[in-house]
Design a binder for this molecule. Structure first.
Ligand SMILES: CC(C)(O)[C@@H](O)C(=O)O
Ligand SMILES: [Mg+2]
Length: 630
């Protein structure tokens, strides 16, 4: 039987000081010796996805106490990508993921906690916490803050539009839209607290923790404002204590994160992601999480999956014909269990997986899949949770219910495999001379008319240069915008290119240009936007050799992208570059702090999840030293 990790500080005469301090922080005498649950909250007023989480930490903690354990809450940082976007702030976004993972590890290990509850929500917080949970491998439950309600605006001409954050960004550069309408759009794009309302990175990751089995059904889709989320928080606290008892009292290691997040569970989560056309960032984060879990799951596995799993849902920014669906519509159609149910009926899931709430996939889907015929009353009720339609920045501010659910597998928000949008999934891995180690594209967001594309390169040495060239009309119909030196090392921090992709759209070039980069994208990006090109320019990738006017050929059905320049010429360019500037951007002024340089020194490429390789420092400082194996 594994001893409670907290025994180190709760037992023995020599730990009297530690216990004295625990009492001073409010732990009752009678609670000393009970399992300690670390509640990693990510409350911050900076981010709408996290601004409502202060009371959530208390609810989870009370549920933990009621179930017989001690809750100790602490906070992590959280960067709002949408606010950091488009300026130097975005350099901090991806590195914050690894900082969050480390800070959870620091708190849990420093204080000998036994169990972990992760209250996450936005882009880097869920993956950072996921990495920590898999690294620590103690019983863990994830529960997120929930999605934002979709926006709705009545424009000056009386027309009504649904909208989200990305519309506000793209419409701001559309010269056909008046200042009055832009103001209305800004006022209404983000009406409530929660993670932005589409299938953007935050929601994609929260859906993934649900599919992988580390959070409760409904985690990815119940709206942040809805009272139904309260039950989710209470159950998360109680479930964490139940898992603690199973592990520490009954030696049941099936509850551990690495027993749940197996290679098969990763594969199921990826199937869900591909079927929903999730954010390309999920690929980066799953690669990072798999390494923490010690699971062999890489781009090759993702590529294989994307060739067999169909696209079953198109959620904003992806458009289903003329209808835009948001997370609230996914929820009304039965949420993640409904998608998993459809995938399972189509033979696309591994069935020998389990979760924090169910011993196997069958009991999981029987209880929660709205379309499986056996869903419990609790599940049916949950899927009725609807938007409130009122501006609100507080949790549990409304209890609206849908009058009917969307069970239309033919033409509704979630389709069956027989009625898929496309046989190919919503994400793909491309390779070629310009991306030898791979690149990724969200195919669900690319118009089929440009699945094959060839055009001349417009080379930009930074995101800022790309924005300038798009807005000053240097970029024309048919061009391929190449943004380089924005990778994990080169940026550093691998910024999201939401502004360039949105501005292309805003200029009416969304279906007429391609954009390729060693940086990454927001989940809100759509169009022929290919990112994560590996190796990146700063690591000597071929993208560093592209010159203005070079032809670039993209072929999504055949999963390829080529720089149409012969090998001898590329060799000559490489020799010239290495003899002059090296792999650095020319004429780029960018202040990079010491904190970011520390990340850059260790950052691996996107095809490795852009995680930090600490041994890189050893190699730099003592190249002769024996290197770790494996
Ligand atoms: C701001 C967004 C839309 O959340 C973006 O950062 C994403 O990655 O989806
Ligand atoms: Mg993001």
């Amino acid at each position: 039987m594994p001893a409670l990790r907290s025994r180190t500080v709760t037992h023995g005469r020599n730990m009297a000081g530690a216990r004295a301090l625990m009492r001073a922080s409010g732990v009752a005498n009678s609670d000393i010796g009970k399992p300690i649950v670390a509640v990693a909250n990510s409350f911050t007023e900076f981010v709408p996805g996290h601004t409502h989480l202060a009371p959530v930490g208390r609810i989870v903690s009370e549920a933990i106490h009621a179930a017989g354990a001690v809750a100790r809450e602490f906070n992590t940082i959280a960067v709002d990508d949408g606010i950091a976007m488009g300026h130097g702030g975005m350099l901090y976004s991806l590195p914050s993921r690894d900082l969050i993972a480390d800070s959870v590890e620091y708190m849990v290990n420093a204080h000998c906690a036994d169990v972990l509850v992760c209250i996450s929500n936005c882009d880097k917080i869920t993956p950072g916490m996921l990495m920590a949970a898999l690294r620590l491998n103690i019983p863990t439950v994830f529960v997120s803050g929930g999605p934002m309600e979709a926006g709705r605006v009545t424009l000056t001409d009386g027309s009504v539009r649904s909208l989200d954050l990305v519309n506000a960004i793209a419409d701001a550069v559309d010269e056909t839209i008046s200042d009055e309408d832009i103001d209305l759009i800004e006022q209404n794009a983000c009406p409530t607290c929660g993670s932005c309302s589409g299938m953007f990175t935050a929601n994609s990751m929260n859906c993934l923790t649900e599919a992988i089995g580390l959070s409760l059904p409904g985690n990815g889709s119940v709206l942040a404002t809805h009272t139904a989320r309260k039950a989710l928080y209470e159950r998360a606290g109680a479930t964490a204590v139940e898992l603690a008892k199973r592990y520490y009292e009954h030696d049941d290691d099936s509850v551990l994160p690495r027993s749940i997040a197996t290679a098969k569970a990763f594969d199921n989560a990826m199937a869900l992601d591909i079927a929903m056309g999730g954010s390309t960032n999920t690929i980066l984060h799953l690669l990072a999480a798999a390494q923490e879990a010690g699971v062999e799951y890489g781009l090759a596995e993702i590529d294989a999956k994307s060739r067999t799993v169909p696209c079953l849902a198109k959620v904003a920014p992806n458009v289903a014909k003329d209808k835009t669906y948001y997370m609230e519509d996914v929820h009304r159609a039965g949420g993640i269990p409904a998608l998993l149910g459809e995938l399972n009926r189509g033979g696309h899931l591994h069935t020998d997986v389990h979760s924090v709430h169910s011993p196997d996939l069958t009991s999981w889907l029987d209880a929660w899949d709205l379309r499986g015929g056996k869903a419990t009353e609790e599940a049916q009720r949950l899927w009725h949770a609807a938007p409130g339609g009122q501006r609100s920045s507080t949790a549990f501010s409304q209890s609206n219910e849908w009058t009917s659910l969307d069970t239309d597998a033919e033409g509704g928000c979630i389709r069956s495999v027989e009625h898929a949008y496309s046989k190919d999934g919503g994400l793909a891995v491309l390779r070629g001379n310009i991306a030898i180690d791979g690149a990724v594209v969200k195919t669900a967001g690319v118009d089929e008319s440009i699945w094959t594309f060839e055009g001349p390169a417009v080379v930009c040495e930074s995101q800022d240069e790309a924005v300038e060239k798009i807005l000053n009309k240097t970029v024309k119909e048919g061009d391929v915008v190449v943004i380089r030196y924005e990778g994990p090392k080169g940026g550093p921090g691998m910024q999201e290119m939401l502004y360039p992709t949105s501005f292309l759209k805003g200029r009416g070039l969304g279906k007429k240009c391609a954009l390729i980069t060693d940086g990454r994208f927001s989940g809100g990006t759509s169009g022929l936007s290919i990112g994560h090109i590996s190796p990146e320019a700063a690591s000597g990738g071929t993208i560093a050799l592209v010159e203005n006017g070079d032809l670039i050929r993209i072929d999504i059905p055949n999963r390829s992208m080529e720089l149409v320049v012969d090998a001898a010429e590329l060799d000559a360019r490489r020799a010239r570059l290495e003899a002059t500037t090296g792999y650095h951007p020319v004429n780029r002024e960018r202040p990079v702090s010491a904190a970011l340089r520390a990340y850059a020194a260790m950052a691996t490429s996107a095809d490795k999840g852009a995680v930090r390789d600490v041994d890189a420092i050893t190699r730099l400082t003592s190249p002769q030293a024996p290197q770790p194996v494996g």
